[in-house]
Design a protein around this ligand. Structure first.
Ligand SMILES: NC(=O)c1ccc[n+]([C@@H]2O[C@H](COP(=O)([O-])OP(=O)(O)OC[C@H]3O[C@@H](n4cnc5c(N)ncnc54)[C@H](OP(=O)(O)O)[C@@H]3O)[C@@H](O)[C@H]2O)c1
Length: 346
């Protein structure tokens, strides 16, 4: 059986290891992808340090950019040599930090021309999360193709989404969020952020903020402050896990999956935990979100790649370990850690 190199988490908070794993032949509707670039996200740290949803050994990562090497039967819109990007997580063959990954065509989009691998790889995880969270957990339609008319609730104030956007971020990123048309942005480190947001909303409707997307899920950093703002019937969607204590060099993390139990919510607030790994339950998204909508929006500049920081390291394993260490030391701000899988120049 053919094998290839992969980087695995082998036990909680232990160094990552280089392993040889089986190269899985593409089955019905599947492709074999030579992985060129991957990105590291906070979930890698949750899994490596907190064992979140993980059985070890587990190959690192869930987002790839690379080249199609081989097609299984019934692959329709991809061919050998295509440059692709995608988000996959369901089994080891779809994990990211390995030389070859086996991906169903529905989990891949073609990279638009003019977009590099390292730019493209920052997109799929974020993109799928936003579409899933807004449609499934906030019940906000994101129809495709985009209709001529704005969606029904397009001007409702919301923490991230549609046209009336109230965001929170550290000060350094306010100008950038405003450039994405945020109506107002608040510094999440401001101890008076709650009264400042409430004063700025000047509610003309009830609830004043009907839809709130908590993109952080930190018990003290986002969930508790949001619970003070979410009054009179809004829906709050929290990206899981709830981070009760984040992983640091000194401390093991504590996670939970029930955002309702981590704040004193007003009783008419609907609180939901976002689980993007269920996005394939939506029949349309399962077949269109990554193959069709994602490349279109990237090509037309409707979504943009995250800013990237290229993680260096002499070997494949060193780059993976260095990225994980940067996440653990909290040295990431407004950028995605990206790194190359093959050694040497592109
Ligand atoms: N359940 C799901 O489906 C799902 C999907 C995707 C992600 N997630 C989870 O969502 C969390 C964030 O992931 P990510 O990829 O977005 O991480 P990220 O891009 O690294 O964003 C984290 C950054 O958010 C900022 N931040 C922290 N607290 C904030 C607050 N209260 N308000 C505004 N900004 C704040 C910090 O920026 P500064 O450096 O500027 O302070 C921090 O560096 C992770 O726990 C991840 O696992 C869950």
């Amino acid at each position: 059986m053919a094998t290839h190199a992969a980087i695995q988490m082998v036990a909680q908070r232990q160094p990552l290891q280089l392993a040889q794993v089986p190269t899985v032949e593409p089955g019905d509707g599947e492709t074999l992808v030579k992985v060129e670039w991957v990105c590291s996200t906070p979930l890698d740290l949750h899994q490596a340090d907190g064992g979140l949803g993980t059985t070890y050994p587990n190959i690192v990562g869930d987002s790839i950019a690379g080249k199609i090497m081989k097609l299984g039967p019934n692959v329709e819109n991809l061919k050998v040599g295509d440059k692709v990007f995608g988000f996959g997580w369901r089994s080891q063959k779809e994990r990211a930090a390995q030389e070859y990954a086996t991906y169903h065509q529905n989990l891949l989009g073609k990279i638009p021309s003019g977009i590099s691998y390292q730019e493209a790889v920052t997109v799929p995880n974020n993109f799928v999360t936003v579409f899933h969270a807004l449609t499934k957990d906030l019940d906000l339609p994101l129809p495709w193709p985009q209709p001529e008319q704005a969606p029904e609730r397009a001007s409702d104030p919301i923490l991230y989404g549609y046209t009336n956007l109230i965001g929170t971020a550290s000060k350094a990123h306010h100008a950038e969020l405003k450039s994405f048309d945020a109506t107002a942005v608040f510094d999440y480190r401001d101890p008076d952020i709650v009264p400042h947001i409430i004063a700025a909303i000047k509610p003309s409707q009830t609830p004043a903020i009907p839809f709130i997307l908590d993109c952080i899920g930190s018990k003290s950093g986002s969930i508790e402050p949001i619970s003070k703002i979410a009054q009179a019937g809004p829906t709050v969607a929290v990206l899981l896990p709830v981070i009760v204590r984040d992983s640091t060099v000194e401390e093991v993390p504590i996670y939970d999956m029930d955002p309702k139990s981590h704040a004193n919510w007003a009783k008419d607030v609907t609180v939901r935990g976002v689980r993007t790994h269920f996005y394939l339950q939506d029949e349309f998204f399962a077949t269109h979100l990554q193959p069709v909508v994602m490349p279109y929006m990237l090509e037309h500049g409707i979504v943009k790649p995250n800013r990237q920081r290229v993680v260096q390291g002499e070997t494949f394993r060193d780059r993976a370990q260095n990225a994980l260490d940067i996440l653990r030391r909290k040295e990431v701000s407004g950028e995605r850690l990206v790194w190359r899988v093959p050694d040497g120049e592109e």
